[in-house]
Design a protein around this ligand. Sequence first.
Ligand SMILES: NC(=O)c1ccc[n+]([C@@H]2O[C@H](COP(=O)([O-])OP(=O)(O)OC[C@H]3O[C@@H](n4cnc5c(N)ncnc54)[C@H](OP(=O)(O)O)[C@@H]3O)[C@@H](O)[C@H]2O)c1
Length: 319
Amino acid sequence: MKAIRIHEFGGPEVMLMEEVPIPEPASDAVLVKTYASGVNIADCGIRKGGNAILRPLLKLPLTLGWDASGIVDKVGDQVTAFKKGDEVFGVPTFPGDGSYAEYFVAKESHLALKPNAISFNEAAGVPLAGVTAWNGVIEYGKLQPGQKILIHGAAGGVGSLAVQIAKAKGAYVIGTASVNNLEFLKDLGADEAIDYKTQRVEEMLKDIDLVFDASPIRDNNIRLKFVQILKNGGRLVSSQLDFPYSEEVKTALSAKNVEGSLVRLQNYACLREMAELIDAGKIKVVISKVYPLEQAGEAHKENEAGHVRGKLILEIIKE
Ligand SMILES: NC(=O)c1ccc[n+]([C@@H]2O[C@H](COP(=O)([O-])OP(=O)(O)OC[C@H]3O[C@@H](n4cnc5c(N)ncnc54)[C@H](OP(=O)(O)O)[C@@H]3O)[C@@H](O)[C@H]2O)c1
């Protein structure tokens, strides 16, 4: 099968299209014929060698891509939830070879049946960003109906899904983006949209129940502003797992009795709940561009420029 692999860490040029054997699923895993793969900023980070936590787990050569949709080709002995021919979406086994390839393997627990209402390309834009958004807003954020949430970086892959998940849960949603994306946030259902470049959240907001930072920018100074706008006993959840809170942020959190957390992906069962919300028309998937598999390098360059609206997709099979 064809796959985009890296043999060394580095820039987009280290990604090579190669011919490799089709993988075999383990007993608790599923082999999926890939229709589309999502591109995530995390893929770019892994291409560059990851961080101190990830680096020891990354074995070369490696096929990139941890976000995909496709059709089940083969299931392991212990798999009961899926059978050959099922249309699925989910997160390929990590660390291990990913979905920039004609087939990928995923644990049964990291897959769900694809929503009927959307295409394979759209479905490939949901899993990793959606599981991150769901875990951030619902599992760590414990968002309740009627509460006020600020989502920072609301126009990106994680942010655009977080806005819609929070709305579907009955929250009052405020999102930040640059000026070109403010209308887009309103279209997603945000009640308010703030331009993070020209407006200051700390002068506009107070008594917020939950701040979810879904931006790709690592910045402890803006976290201090988030603590300022949170109510006493509120929650600050950051998607940036590799960027711990500074001592200054920790002091500010405890002075205000705010719980601060970094999102770990612990609940993948939410893929099923997101599929239901998608089929009910409550979540739409925004694809900004579809690239053919061989242009994965171009997709990485666009993602790393930092302003993708929604998702970038690699199309492996045209529907
Ligand atoms: N914890 C996990 O397991 C996990 C999993 C996946 C991702 N993540 C993390 O989640 C974060 C978001 O990932 P993603 O895939 O959604 O990224 P992304 O799609 O590449 O994010 C792009 C968005 O970021 C916004 N942005 C750019 N600069 C900004 C700034 N200075 N302030 C606020 N927003 C800004 C852009 O909005 P404008 O164009 O409007 O500026 C753009 O829409 C990343 O840090 C990623 O590492 C974590």
